[in-house]
Design a protein around this ligand. Sequence first.
Ligand code: PLP
Ligand code: COI
Length: 341
Amino acid sequence: MEKKNIDWANLGFGYIKTDYRFVSNYKNGAWEEGYLTEDANVVISECAGVLQYAQTIFEGMKAYTTADGRIVTFRPDLNGERMEQSAARLEMPVYPKDEFVKAVLKTIKANEAYVPPYGSGATLYVRPYMFGSNAVIGVKPADEYQFRVFTTPVGPYFKGGVKPLTIRISDFDRAAPNGTGHIKAGLNYAMSLHAIVDAHKQGYDENMYLDAATRTKVEETGGANFLFVTRDGKVVTPKSNSILPSITRRSLIQVAKEYLGLEAEEREVFVSELGDFAECGLCGTAAVISPVGKIVDHGKEICLPSGMSEMGPVTKKLYDTLTGIQMGTIKAPEGGVVEVE
Ligand code: PLP
Ligand code: COI
């Protein structure tokens, strides 16, 4: 198979149409057997549940070329599981996780020519999603749905790759205490758009959202969880019921404990202790681990000791180990990496 002629090393995080996408329709209470299509357009009712009441959920994962030339994906079972939970919360039919994994592998395989080569710095981003497709005008769940998976080759999520970011504490909230922050629903992202546009206008790379109830605790950003390192080298990640349970973050905790012999703790993190940390990073599929150099709290600058020129030493070890596992240079934990055959 010949790779597409793409300037892999200079890809940003954008959409490039690839050849195939997977589609399965839900009708009369059942999912049809899905299929691959070259048609990238979706045709639905003007009154579709997704268009009127935002009934849509998604996942984000990546395919990697390993050092020995295989194509793999990382923890697809956990993405499938999370999509089941997202569907249940939005009263959508569950697309079973085993079928989800099969659909993902099939779509990656069909777009093999777009999986960036090992060492290029790029990866194939995989976007499974599902939406209410039939007409609903009273506020209620749709009866018909479409599950789809497309792929797009991507470079780093943040321009500048691993250059530390400057973020601000946002006055906007992302999620309510008993709301939908813990699932991957499109609505969570729609409501973050104004906050991110405003942050960019003010010269910040991202927002740090706080818990909506007390505004004293760190939640997450619009597209990644936080990871902190204490001055004595312990990894700390914020615990909250209203943040997305990031697969990258859960994997990094495993890496910290089992591969690097570090202590790692998931607990509430207060804004008042931000100045005590040595390192901070944003972790997610798209973000991988993007280091944060400075957090601005309404004009007050909190400068992480790791600085603005490179990743902190613990963040770097976590990054190198996780990406080593994903690219096949470090042995993966049981069930971590699934080969696309
Ligand atoms: N938090 C939010 C809001 C996200 O959109 C994402 C991206 O998927 C994450 C966290 C990171 O999750 P994961 O590591 O599973 O990609
Ligand atoms: C991901 O990391 O997969 C996400 O969905 C985050 C999104 C902001 C691109």
